[in-house]
Design a protein around this ligand. Structure first.
Ligand SMILES: Cc1cc2nc3c(=O)[nH]c(=O)nc-3n(C[C@H](O)[C@H](O)[C@H](O)COP(=O)(O)OP(=O)(O)OC[C@H]3O[C@@H](n4cnc5c(N)ncnc54)[C@H](O)[C@@H]3O)c2cc1C
Length: 129
């Protein structure tokens, strides 16, 4: 896998998927991370009433199925992982972003050891994904 990407997208909800589709169309390489399932909050929507082209509304389930097809069609394969940020405690400044190597609850309990696979140290030019 190519380790260097111009952009990473955190979250495969509507916003993340729209971004991924646009970057793909613009030929900009990226990784799309989704910690759970593609679709985000729309997974909980019985009926989306204001989606363009669907005057009767569209169920969240159908909308997400179409969203997944759109990604597949463009050969966009999301990475299933949570991205977490490491913050400096005193000033709250973000130091690094990483792929979680466990879930958030496991990490909260952990007081030592490796908890992320590093993605980016803020200020670095190298994004190692
Ligand atoms: C019941 C319900 C009904 C709705 N009905 C409508 C409607 O009719 N019309 C309408 O316009 N809107 C509706 N909405 C709102 C719509 O679903 C949201 O506006 C939309 O989903 C927002 O998209 P988003 O991509 O910004 O965020 P989200 O949908 O919240 O997606 C964020 C995604 O990011 C992932 N994620 C978050 N943090 C991380 C991380 N650290 N690492 C990796 N992945 C991460 C999450 O798992 C999630 O999949 C409804 C929402 C609900 C809950």
């Amino acid at each position: 896998m190519n380790n260097h990407h111009t952009a990473i997208i955190i979250g495969g909800g509507s916003a993340g998927c729209a971004t991924a589709i646009q970057l793909k169309r613009s030929n900009i390489d990226f990784l799309l991370f989704e910690k759970d399932e593609i679709g985000g909050l729309a997974r909980n929507a019985n009926l989306i009433e204001n989606y363009l082209g669907f005057p009767q509304g569209i169920t969240g389930k159908r909308y997400i199925a179409l969203l997944k097809k759109h990604l597949e069609h463009l050969e966009i394969v999301p990475e299933k992982n949570e991205i977490i940020q490491i913050q400096e405690e005193t000033h709250g400044k973000t130091i690094a972003l990483g792929q979680a190597m466990g879930n958030t609850e496991e990490m909260k309990k952990q007081d030592k050891g490796k908890i992320i696979k590093n993605v980016h140290h803020i200020g670095d030019e190298i994004w190692n994904v």
